[in-house]
Design a protein around this ligand. Structure first.
Ligand code: HEM
Length: 404
């Protein structure tokens, strides 16, 4: 990786602190003119074994949207659209202008770690006459008792995730891709999110969510020996040959989870920590140590109760409590102002990645649905599951191995 850097925007004294936040194997190049320039110049590769935007470090700004193919559009139109989208994404991620009628919105900026990730929903395969090649892993998610889902903001034929460390760069990509859709597809829903800006903390650290918790600590790490197996579809899987187009791909579960922050903020810090099982200040387990210390789920307090409560979110969702089920959580926070009932419309655009949702999101959410202390402070408002094909080879478009 080309040691990318971030300006220490949040640091006092104007010191430049180099951050490892963008120090990923995908970071292809950075500018040479100091930290500020390199933040903009950080480029993520579009081509590769896997699409970008999965293991790429969290970006400061995100747009997540689904499209439906237009009436009458089928496989031919879908293939042409994926070609246009891939062409645009490849160029914008390299810091070039859009292939047609660039809007100029990002003219002065570098790609700023822009990533564009494409996926296919369950309904895409009927629309394109490709149901025989639809993997069973894309079967609709089960209903959960706490679901309050809005169908208009769920699912969709095509899914696009845009991330960048600059809001104008992200919006520029969004506009270009919407225009590329042309007559072939229409936006079904769109959500906008954000994360901490690179360099806002003095030293790189795990991000916080809008409840103030350190969120992402126990995520599988690319260096883990079983990381690829958990997150990406194997090259020569046990599945039928019709599904081989997904080798190297991944499945994204997307949930818009509203946080009931007025209720949450009324809890004391101690109460909030019991809900998760970790401290708010550092994210360390309540059983002691630092952020990355393993939770001691067996440890009992003087009163004989577990120190990490039996309904604590981090206990219930841990792989050892779910037959090893694990996922890579890579969310954005969202804030859409005030809802019609006067409550704050903010929360987590929860996005998680796994080789198979039945060994990732589904068993964990089933368990959380039955007894997570966090449940009374959140509401799942929309849901999507998407097959995200492998990364393209140079010159290829995303999904070509399915659509050509
Ligand atoms: C862990 C917050 C929803 C799965 C955590 C942690 C926090 C957190 C603070 C502990 C730190 C960490 O390891 O990242 C939240 C919030 C949610 C939410 C605020 C909703 C707004 C979900 C959902 C799932 C999930 C829907 C999956 C169905 C996990 C997993 C862990 C975790 C797998 C790691 C457990 C471990 O291995 O220790 N979450 N979470 N979370 N969460 Fe959530």
């Amino acid at each position: 990786a080309a040691g990318a850097a971030g300006l220490a925007l949040g640091a006092t004294g104007g010191a430049l602190v180099h951050s490892a936040l963008t120090d990923s194997p995908e970071a292809a190049s950075t500018g040479g003119a100091g930290a500020v320039a390199s933040l903009g110049a950080t480029r993520i590769a579009f081509d590769g074994d896997h699409q970008s935007g999965i293991t790429t470090p969290l970006q400061a700004k995100g747009h997540v949207l689904a499209f439906d193919l237009a009436p009458g559009a089928g496989r031919t139109e879908a293939a042409a659209l994926m070609r246009r989208w891939s062409d645009t994404a490849r160029r914008l991620m390299a810091g070039e202008t859009a292939p047609t009628a660039d809007t100029g919105i990002a003219l002065d900026a570098g790609p700023s770690s822009l990533t564009v990730t494409f996926g296919f929903g369950h309904s895409f395969f009927e629309r394109t006459g490709l149901t025989s090649r639809r993997p069973t892993a894309l079967d609709p998610l089960p209903d959960f008792s706490s679901d309050r889902l809005d169908p208009q903001r769920s699912n969709g034929d095509l899914w696009v995730q845009i991330g960048a460390d600059d809001a104008l760069v992200a919006f520029h990509a969004l506009r270009a891709l919407q225009k590329d859709a042309g007559e072939a597809a229409r936006v079904r829903w769109q959500m906008n999110g954000f994360n901490r800006s690179p360099g806002a903390t003095g030293t790189p650290m795990t991000a916080r969510n809008l409840m103030g918790q350190v969120d992402g600590t126990a995520n599988p790490k690319p260096a883990d020996p079983d990381f690829d197996k958990r997150i990406f579809v194997p090259a020569a899987g046990p599945g039928p040959a019709e599904h081989s187009w997904m080798a190297g791909g991944s499945y994204a579960v997307v949930r818009r989870i509203r946080m009931l922050l007025d209720d949450w903020d009324k809890q004391s810090t101690a109460q909030q920590e019991q809900v998760i099982g970790r401290t708010k200040a550092t994210g360390a387990p309540l059983t002691g140590g630092g952020e990355t210390t393993k939770m001691d789920l067996a440890k009992l307090a003087a009163d004989g109760k577990p120190v990490i409560p039996s309904n604590a979110h981090a206990r219930i969702s841990a792989p050892e409590q779910n037959g090893g089920a694990a996922m890579l959580r890579r969310p954005f926070s969202f804030h859409d102002g005030i809802a019609s009932d006067g409550s704050l419309d903010a929360g987590l655009l929860f996005i998680c990645w796994q080789a198979d949702p039945l060994r990732g999101f589904v068993p964990v959410q089933r368990k959380l649905d039955r007894g997570d202390a966090l449940s009374e402070f959140i509401r799942h408002e929309s849901s999507g599951l998407y097959a995200v094909p492998p990364g393209p080879r140079p010159g290829e478009y995303v999904g070509q191995r399915l659509l050509e």
